[in-house]
Design a protein around this ligand. Structure first.
Ligand SMILES: [Zn+2]
Length: 207
């Protein structure tokens, strides 16, 4: 059977309208869109593996700093107190706001940790020319956890708290706050450069 120019044998279903179509070979930086609903099917990001790995490694270092060092320090009536993000979670739990504590823990600590760990689990061996076990499960996990990571919402809440607390006490920003700001940008960069199609292509090519 003669295929149209640029088409491959591989079939792909549109995630939005379920139209079955033949995948096309993309040039660097190209985007494949569904002919029926115009949804983006996949992209070919230049140097996707190296870029995503670099962002994820930098993100992992910042994640450790963001969760180890104090995020805020407060001076009030001669007392200085500072807390980490996990300290905030414990304080919320201790004051009876367990649901909020769980929400902060899951969206700010647990999900970014799973996201970064799954990315590094996939990308480090692939960069070294090996295929790690469980690639499909890891790709599904990355896709499933992505919407639940809300570092940016947490940061926005922190900024509002900073302004409010500034009226009643002297507030100092900690290293972790800046690390979280940089982590937010790196997680966005990781999501933009991650190319699941490219990983499938590597898995198919590597023995
Ligand atoms: Zn479609």
């Amino acid at each position: 059977m003669n295929l149209p120019e640029g088409s491959t044998q591989r079939l792909i279903a549109c995630r939005e309208c379920d139209l079955l179509q033949r995948a096309v070979v993309l040039s660097e930086g190209g985007t494949a869109c569904c002919p029926r609903c115009d949804a983006v099917l996949y992209r070919k990001v230049p140097d996707s593996l190296d870029r995503t790995l670099a962002y994820a490694l930098a993100g992992a270092v910042l994640f450790v700093i963001a969760n180890t060092f104090p995020i805020l320090g407060v001076d009030a009536q001669g007392n200085h107190t500072s807390t980490t993000v996990f300290g905030t979670v414990r304080a919320l739990h201790a004051t009876g706001m367990s649901a909020v504590a769980a929400l902060v823990f899951v969206t700010t600590i647990l999900i970014p940790a799973i996201d970064l760990a799954a990315l590094l689990y996939l990308l480090v061996p692939l960069r070294l020319g090996r295929i790690p076990p469980g690639v499909p499960a890891m790709l599904r996990l990355i896709q499933a956890v992505k919407p639940w990571g809300m570092v940016e919402v947490f940061l926005l809440g922190m900024l509002v708290s900073l302004v409010k607390l500034g009226h009643i006490a002297s507030v100092h920003t900690g290293v972790a706050l800046w690390s979280f700001a940089a982590l937010m940008l790196l997680l966005a960069a990781t999501a933009a450069s991650f190319d699941a199609e490219g990983i499938w292509a590597r898995v198919r090519v590597l023995p």
